[in-house]
Ligand binder design. Structure first.
Ligand SMILES: [Zn+2]
Length: 245
């Protein structure tokens, strides 16, 4: 069995103590029957982890957004991963403690800027050529359409996406709106409606399953006064039936 020293600090004169990540994954791995566990952080853009398994040996690459997480959170995360591997499922069950950490201002504060930097398609600014998303957001909050999303990062995209006009990372509280909509020929209510949609996702918080557009979500979406006109605009924009030049 390899020691910590060999793969963490090849050629080091003195052995280094295992870090919290190793401590967590080795301890939980033993409970799941693994006798050789290797784990390292990896700089994925998304919050994801990968693993390779061979019999009772397993090696992980864990999202470096968990760097500096408390040991007990890493233990819970390790447990969620091992358990998911055992169930051969695509869904990870997070403990309340792990969820609380991922939804904390500490986690977002540590990682949001890195996530935005790794998202190459973001302008990293709410200010567009025509519209300031910050002002749009504040107007939505002032009208009581959405609760304040403290610390949300609002960005225009670099490319003018036609089909994917908005997306968000609920985990990182990052919203992206296609710069296609940052155009004086597009009524302001269209980007506002798309931003509203993404802010509803932030308000819903983290979900374990893949169902984000529930019937309840669709009902809330339709509370936007111009949802029908906006949807119509988005369809025409997607079909290139609007002259934006
Ligand atoms: Zn959505």
């Amino acid at each position: 069995m390899m020691t910590d020293t060999i793969y963490h600090q090849a050629g080091a004169a003195t052995p280094i103590a295992g870090n919290d990540l190793e401590t967590a994954f080795k301890a939980v791995g033993t409970r799941f029957g693994y006798d050789e566990v290797r784990v390292d952080y990896a700089s994925y853009k998304e919050f994801k982890s990968t693993w390779r398994r061979c019999g009772t040996k397993i090696s992980f690459e864990v999202s470096d957004y968990l760097r500096n997480a408390p040991l007990e959170v890493l233990v819970d995360f390790a447990h969620a991963l091992y358990e998911r591997i055992e169930r051969r499922s695509s869904v990870c069950h997070y403990s309340d403690r792990l969820k609380a950490y991922l939804e904390s201002d500490v986690f977002v504060g540590r990682n949001q800027a890195t996530y935005v930097k790794r998202s190459r398609n973001l302008t990293r600014s709410p200010r567009g050529r025509h519209l300031d998303l910050r002002e749009t957001y504040e107007a939505l909050v002032a009208r009581g359409m959405v609760p304040p999303s403290e610390g949300a990062s609002l960005n225009w995209t670099r490319s003018e996406n036609r089909m994917r006009v908005g997306y968000c990372s609920v985990l990182m509280r990052v919203v992206a709106i296609s710069s296609l909509l940052d155009n004086e020929k597009v009524p302001d209510f269209v980007p506002e409606y798309v931003l509203y949609h993404e802010l509803l996702h932030l308000d819903d918080g983290l979900s374990e399953g893949r169902r984000h557009h529930t019937p309840e979500f669709r009902l809330r979406e339709r509370q936007h006064p111009q949802w029908r006109e906006s949807e119509d605009w988005l369809k025409r924009l997607a079909a290139r039936r609007v002259d934006l030049a």
